[in-house]
Design a protein around this ligand. Structure first.
Ligand SMILES: [Zn+2]
Ligand SMILES: [Zn+2]
Length: 258
């Protein structure tokens, strides 16, 4: 049987031990899975003589054919219970709330499954329990986007911060980190923090964190602010803007490689 578990991005990145509760067939405690509290009432099935299969005759225009089919009365077990357990009606199992502790490995991603051997629903009359499959979901993160084992983060710089350079506090999976953005930082620039991404599943090392730069342009300027910028623009020649064509192309390349 399968159950779902939702993890945070941090739990998926570093691994976690999770207790998962779910409803499943469990061995009946009243009869310990036997199906009756009176073992003497277990008898050989009269319909199939304890064989679990019955013979039927099929008549066709070509003649008679003998067939065997699973016995319906004893559900092919060959046994019937005359006084079945009241708790499980002879089934040997009942639905119950169950809990299992699962070790979620670091690096797991949404949609992947973890198999927990023998922790699924109990089999009929003490038959071996099936496996439990835990399917992973990962909740959306407030700050980060996951791409493979890399973490993507967007940072907003004002036009002036981008032009003159600044230091920003960047959140990572391991806590805040100071990062310098040099003078002349462009929109779409990407900085990389190596090894700050997600642990490679069943492997060594971690992915990276990419910091994608967005540059904010001011709006709603008053007269004085507008005049200051216009004065600046007159003082600032085209050489300070670099090659515009190249800028557009670089943006396109960043987008394509992203
Ligand atoms: Zn029972
Ligand atoms: Zn039978």
């Amino acid at each position: 049987m399968a159950v779902e578990v939702e993890l945070t991005l941090e739990e998926a990145a570093f691994g976690v031990e999770k207790e998962i509760t779910f409803k499943a067939q469990g061995t009946c405690e009243t009869c310990e899975g036997v199906g009756t509290t009176d073992p003497a009432s277990i008898k050989s099935c009269p319909d199939c003589g304890g064989q679990g299969r019955v013979r039927t005759v099929r008549r066709t225009i070509l003649g008679q054919f003998m067939q065997t089919a699973p016995c319906v009365r004893c559900r092919a077990t060959g046994k019937v219970i005359e006084s079945p357990c009241e708790a499980c009606h002879g089934d040997g199992r009942v639905f119950m709330e169950r809990a299992v502790t699962v070790q979620i490995p670091a690096g797991i991603d949404a949609g992947q499954r973890i198999r927990v051997s023998g922790r699924g629903g109990a089999g009929e009359r003490s038959a071996r329990a099936g496996d439990l499959y835990v399917r992973v979901r990962v909740a959306e993160h407030d700050l980060f986007e996951r791409r493979g084992d890399d973490i993507l983060f967007g940072v907003d710089l004002t036009m002036v911060q981008a032009a003159v350079g600044t230091t920003m506090t960047i959140p990572t999976l391991d806590g805040d980190e100071e990062m310098e953005f040099p003078a002349g930082t462009q929109p779409g620039d990407v900085k990389v923090l190596r090894g700050k991404g997600i642990q490679h599943l069943n492997g060594h090392g971690r992915g990276d964190q990419e910091i994608h730069v967005r540059v904010l342009v001011p709006h709603g300027l008053d007269e004085q602010q507008r005049r200051l910028l216009q004065e600046f623009d007159e003082a600032c020649g085209a050489e300070h803007y670099g090659d515009r064509e190249e800028g557009v192309l670089q943006k396109l390349r960043n987008w394509l490689s992203g």
